[in-house]
Write a protein that binds this ligand. Sequence first.
Ligand code: ADE
Length: 232
Amino acid sequence: MNIDVFTLFPEWFEWFSGQRHVANVLASGSTLACVNPREHTPLGAGQVDDTPFGGGAGMVLRVDVLDSALRARYGVDPVVLRQRRRVVALAPSGRELNDALVDELAAEPELTLLCGRYEGFDERILEHFASDVVSIGRYVLSGGELAAMVLCDAVLRKLPGALGDERSVHEESFSVALGGDPEYPHYTRPAEYRGWRVPDILLSGHHERIAAWRRERSRERGAAAADRREGA
Ligand code: ADE
C-alpha cells in the first residue's frame, strides 16, 4: 500500500515511520510519504491558511493551496483524483473510524490523507477534493496529524508482514471472527499472582472449551460496551 499524507508537519511522521510494525510494513514494499502544502502554495511567504469569512477564531486551510499541492503530487485535478483514489480528510465532523472502515481502507492499493490544522479545512476541500471525511472520535485535536497516524497504524497493522503472527489480526477486537465484539481477556505466567488466579479453563488444554469460553467472554464484553453506549 502507498500512503501519501498531506501535512504541514511532515517531521511528525518521521518518528512514526520508524516504529517497528510500521517500519516492517514499509520494508515489505509499502510506502508512507509526506507532502507539505506549504511547499506548493501559490501564495506568497508560504501562506497556507486564512481567517474565516463571517468572523471567528482561528485560521482555515485554504482550498487553493490544497488544490495546488494535490495537483503537484498527482498531476490531475483533485476533483477527478478522488474518483480514482481514496482521499481521506481527517476532521472531527467525519464518519467515525471503526474496524470495518479500517478493513475497507486496508484493501486500497493507495491512500491519500489530508491533515487539517488550526480551525480545520475550508469546507470546499471536504466537498470537492475528499472522497471520505473521517474522525477518530468525538473530541477535537489540534490538527489531523495524530488522527492520520491512528488511521495509518490501524490500517498498516492489517497488512501482511506488520505483525509477527497473522492470527493476531484475524482474532482481535471487533473483527469478523469475533462477531464484532471486543477481544476476550488474555493471561500469561504466573498462573497465580497475589492470589489472583488465571481461569482454570485456560490451563486445561481443552482447545474447544477454551475457544467457547473466549467467545463467551467476548460476547459479554460486547454487551457491556453496548450498555455503556446506551447509558452515555
Ligand atoms: N482533527 C481534529 N480533531 C479530529 C478528530 N477527532 N478526528 C479526526 N481529525 C481531527
